[in-house]
Design a protein around this ligand. Structure first.
Ligand SMILES: N[C@@H](CCC(=O)N[C@@H](CS)C(=O)NCC(=O)O)C(=O)O
Length: 213
């Protein structure tokens, strides 16, 4: 398999975590979002959505959308299972994954932040306020869901799930953008635990220390 990815992309990191948890080998193919490579004709051919990640499967299919990719991997390589089959457990995991994937991330995607700055000409402080507002609201909801329905050390018990694949990258992204997450104790405990586990740590090993969004 091949993974088109950007080192600091939280959606790509979700897939890197899932691949590492499942012990799957792949070729890492970088797409530099800072240089706009996601909008090149070559990349749009792979993914008309102009984003990363894109997984090229064993039989040459090009798949975009991190949650769809992880679902595909989970069906094909079910150990460890990241999306439970029991209906309520499954819904709880998808609830957190969608909160991050559908409610938080689209509002802080690089192209959205660039549109706010470059087209709508908002200031750096306003852009930061936008980022913080949506991240704090979203992670506040994740905190409550995990407190009500989860148990440690992962989001939902002793095994990692799709929820953990989503929480860690979103927290790293928020921390890189200097958002204070100290009120979110459960989210931070999960993040700390995950970041100490080899598969999660490997997914972050390619970060560039001086990268700024
Ligand atoms: N819903 C998509 C979102 C993918 C996405 O937007 N990825 C970001 C990086 S985290 C991206 O490539 N953005 C391109 C851009 O902003 O131009 C997924 O989960 O894969």
């Amino acid at each position: 398999m091949q993974l088109y990815s950007f080192c600091h992309s939280s959606t790509s990191q979700r897939v890197r975590i899932a691949l590492a948890l499942k012990g799957l080998d792949y070729d890492y193919l970088p797409v530099n979002l800072r240089a706009g490579e996601q909008r090149s004709a070559e990349h749009l051919q792979r993914n008309p959505g102009g984003s990363v990640p894109v997984l090229v499967t064993e039989d040459g299919q090009q798949l975009s959308q991190s949650l769809a990719i992880i679902d595909y991997l989970d069906r094909l390589y079910p150990k460890p299972q990241l999306i439970p089959t029991e209906p309520l457990a499954r819904a709880r995991v998808l609830e957190v994954a969608n909160l991050i994937g559908a409610d938080i991330h689209p509002l802080n995607n690089p192209r959205v932040l660039a549109y706010l700055s470059n087209t709508l000409q908002i200031s750096t402080a306003q852009r930061q306020a936008w980022y913080e507002h949506w991240v704090l609201m979203g992670l506040g909801a994740v905190e409550q869901l995990l407190t009500r329905h989860g148990s440690g050390p992962y989001c939902f018990g002793e095994q990692p799930s799709l929820a953990d694949c989503c929480v860690l990258p979103q927290v790293i992204n928020a921390q890189r953008n200097k958002v204070d997450l100290t009120p979110f104790k459960r989210v931070l405990a999960v993040t700390q635990y995950c970041s100490e586990q080899p598969a999660f740590a490997r997914s972050a090993a390619i970060f560039q220390p001086d990268y700024v969004e």
